[in-house]
Design a protein. Structure first.
Length: 323
C-alpha cells in the first residue's frame, strides 16, 4: 500500500513511518515542520512540505504520491495551550481534518487512519475506559479530536471511505535517539529537561482522588503505538472498516510513580515541586485495550520502565551530540 503520513516528521509520526516501512508499505510524508524535524526522516522519504490547511496542496500531494491511504497524525496537541488559544486548535485540528478529507475525496484516496486521543473521554468516563465510555472532553483539544472523529464518520459514510480512529493514551519512549520526543508538553521529557538543568520538576495537583493524589495516566511506548498503525492498516487493506480503538496498556501510573521510575532509570535523585492543578486535567485516564486485542491481536509489548529507559537513552545521546 502507498501511505501518506501527515505529521510524519513529528515524534509519533516518525515512529509510524518507521513501523509502516518495516511492514512493507511505501510511505510519503506531508508536514509543515512547525514542530517536526527533517532529522527524523530518512533522506529517501518523499516529503511534501506544506500545511494541511492548504487543500489544493494536500490534494496535489495525494495525487502525485498516488496514495492508497492517509495516516493523519499532524495536529496541535497541548491541552493547556488549547485552553489558552482554542481558536488555534479548532483551526489546525478541525479545519485541518476538513482539508484532509476534502482532498481525499477529490483525489479518490479510499482509506484514512486518524490520530485521536484519550482526551476525548474527559472526567465523565470511569477508568478503565472502553471505546463506548462517555465522551465529554474537558479541554478544547479533546473537543477538536472528538469533532474530527465525528467528521470522519460522516464523510466516510457519504463517500465510502474506510476509516479508523486510534485513541492514543500517553505516548512515551523512543525507538532511536533521532526520533525522540523533544516537545515541551509530555511529562517524561519535561522531567528530563528539569533534572538536566538542576530544576525541580513540577507536579500539577496532589489532591486528586487517586492512590497518591496525583493524576494517573496510561503510558504507552511509542513503538507499540506505531505497531498498532501497521496492524490496523493491514486490516483496512482487506475490508471497508470503520472503527475506533483505544491504544493503551491497561495499566495506570501516577505522576509520582513516573518520577520514581525516572529516579530509578537515571540514577539521579531529585526533588519535585507540587503546584496548583491545571485546568483541563482529569484525575484518572486508563485504557481498556480489549477491543483492538480481540479484533486485531495487537497488544502493548513494553512497560513503563522500558519507555523511560529508551527515552532517557535518547535524551542522553541528543544532549551529548548537542542537538
Ligand atoms: N504525544 C502524545 O502523548 C499524544 C497522545 C494522544 C494523541 N496524540 C496525537 O498524536 C499526534 C502526533 O503527536 P506528536 O506527539 O507526534 O506531536 P508532534 O508535534 O511531534 O508532531 C506533529 C507533527 O505535525 C506537523 N504539523 C502540525 N501542524 C501541521 C499542519 N497544519 N500542516 C502540516 N503539518 C503539521 C508538525 O510539524 C509535526 O511534524 C497529534 O495528532 C496528537 O494530538 C499525541
Amino acid at each position: 500500500m502507498r501511505v501518506m503520513v501527515t505529521g510524519g516528521a513529528g515524534y509519533i509520526g516518525a515512529h509510524v513511518v518507521r513501523a509502516l516501512r518495516g511492514d512493507g508499505q511505501t510511505v510519503g510524508v506531508l508536514d509543515d515542520f512547525s514542530t517536526g524535524s527533517r532529522a527524523r526522516l530518512d533522506p529517501a522519504t518523499p516529503v511534501y512540505a506544506g500545511s494541511l490547511l492548504d487543500t489544493a496542496f494536500v490534494e496535489a500531494a495525494l495525487r502525485d504520491f498516488e496514495a492508497d491511504a492517509v495516516v493523519h497524525i499532524a495536529a496541535k496537541k497541548a491541552v493547556e495551550e488549547s485552553v489558552a488559544d482554542p481558536l488555534l486548535y479548532y483551526r489546525e485540528n478541525v479545519t485541518g481534518m476538513h482539508s484532509v478529507l476534502e482532498s481525499m475525496v477529490r483525489a479518490a484516496t479510499p482509506r484514512i487512519l486518524f490520530s485521536s486521543s484519550a482526551a476525548v473521554y474527559g472526567p465523565a468516563a470511569t477508568s478503565p475506559v472502553t471505546e463506548e465510555s462517555p465522551t465529554v472532553p474537558s479541554s478544547p483539544y479533546g473537543w477538536t479530536k472528538l469533532m474530527c472523529e465525528r467528521m470522519l464518520c460522516d464523510v466516510a459514510a457519504a463517500h465510502n471511505l474506510s476509516w479508523a480512529a486510534l485513541r492514543y493514551f500517553n505516548v512515551a519512549g523512543s525507538a532511536e535517539p533521532h526520533l525522540a520526543d523533544r516537545g515541551e508538553t509530555n511529562l517524561i521529557p519535561k522531567v528530563f529537561r528539569a533534572i538536566s538543568t538542576g530544576v525541580a520538576p513540577k507536579v500539577f495537583g496532589d489532591t486528586y482522588p487517586t492512590r497518591d493524589g496525583t493524576c494517573v495516566r496510561d503510558y504507552i511506548h511509542v513503538c507499540d503505538v506505531a505497531d498498532a498503525h501497521a496492524a490496523v492498516l493491514k486490516q483496512m487493506g482487506s475490508d471497508l472498516s470503520a472503527s475506533v480503538y483505544n491504544i493503551g496498556t491497561g495499566t495506570g501510573t501516577s505522576v509520582l510513580e513516573v518520577m520514581a521510575a525516572v529516579r530509578q532509570v537515571t540514577g539521579i535523585d531529585f526533588h519535585h515541586d507540587i503546584c496548583a492543578a491545571r485546568p483541563g486535567d482529569c484525575a484518572d485516564v486508563v485504557a481498556d485495550p480489549t477491543k483492538i486485542r480481540t479484533r486485531l491481536g495487537w497488544r502493548s509489548r513494553h512497560d513503563l520502565k522500558g519507555a523511560v529507559e529508551s527515552a532517557w537513552q535518547a535524551w542522553s545521546a541528543l544532549s551529548r551530540s548537542g542537538s
